[in-house]
Design a binder for this molecule. Structure first.
Ligand code: T5A
Ligand code: NA
Length: 211
């Protein structure tokens, strides 16, 4: 990519086991094979001190009030924003497994107010594209590998999370791409790769927006 052209911020969102990690890895590999500068990231980023608290919460070894863990997930994104911005400006495309929308969806599904949940996300970098891997029914993903080991992996709760993602998807339709998560890995990847390849040259000269 030539100097002065920025990379794209591409997010994968969806319920637990919807295939985000699988698809983000395939997209990274695909874009690299085209000679592009691309990096994978994921939130929560569990290696920082905040990330370690989040990890102990998710693995059920630590309990925290809903509001507190919500703000920690948000802080975990904020602590990486300078680095993300710099990489985008250097021309690197970032493929990110979960972002602010997971933050809002999981907390709102617990009963916290939607606008309250969204407030700490304001000012974070706005994605150029969100791939929303949506399962046709809440229990479609429950038989996928290792479902049920972490805190939120319960069918009824995932159904509520999906409803919040659906609401955000209809509001943010201009850059959200809803894809059927029950398709094969290869079919999904073909759709994702096609959209991403069209997107990259389009955003290269656009300013980076904020949420
Ligand atoms: N969270 C996260 C918040 O509450 N607030 C926040 O702000 C954030 C960022 C951890 C939890 O944190 C919550 C949400 C989560 O509950 P995580 O680390 O992203 O978030 O969760 P993981 O457990 O790593 O990942 P997921 O469970 O979400 O799984 P993925 O990445 O969606 O799915 P993937 O690709 O690992 O695939 C799961 C299984 O399905 C198979 C795979 O081989 C694998 O076995 N599979 C398919 N099978 C059939 N057809 C397909 N198309 C398939 N694609 C994958
Ligand atoms: Na994942």
């Amino acid at each position: 990519m030539s100097a002065g052209k920025r990379g794209a911020l591409i997010i994968f969102e969806g319920c637990d086991r919807s295939g985000k990690t699988t698809q983000s890895r395939l997209l990274v590999k695909h874009l690299k094979s085209k000679g592009l500068s691309v990096l994978a990231m994921n939130f929560p980023e569990r290696s920082s001190s905040i990330g370690q608290v989040i990890n102990s919460y998710l693995t059920n070894s630590k309990d925290l009030p809903d509001e507190v863990i919500h703000l920690m997930f948000s802080a975990n994104r904020w602590e990486h924003m300078n680095q993300v911005k710099q990489q985008l400006l250097e021309g690197t495309t970032l493929v990110v497994d979960r972002y602010s929308y997971s933050g809002v969806a999981y907390s709102a599904a617990k009963g916290l107010d939607f606008d309250w949940c969204y407030a700490p996300e304001r000012g974070l970098l706005k994605p150029d594209a969100v791939f929303y891997l949506r399962a046709p029914a809440a229990d479609d993903l429950a038989n996928r590998g290792q479902y049920g080991e972490e805190r939120y992996e319960k069918v009824e709760f995932q159904g509520r999370v999906a409803k919040v993602f659906d609401k955000i998807c209809s509001k943010e339709a201009s850059y959200w791409h809803q894809l059927d998560a029950s398709q094969s890995v290869d079919d999904l990847h073909a759709q994702v790769a096609g959209i991403a390849e069209e997107l990259l040259p389009k955003v290269a000269n656009q300013p980076i927006d904020k949420l």
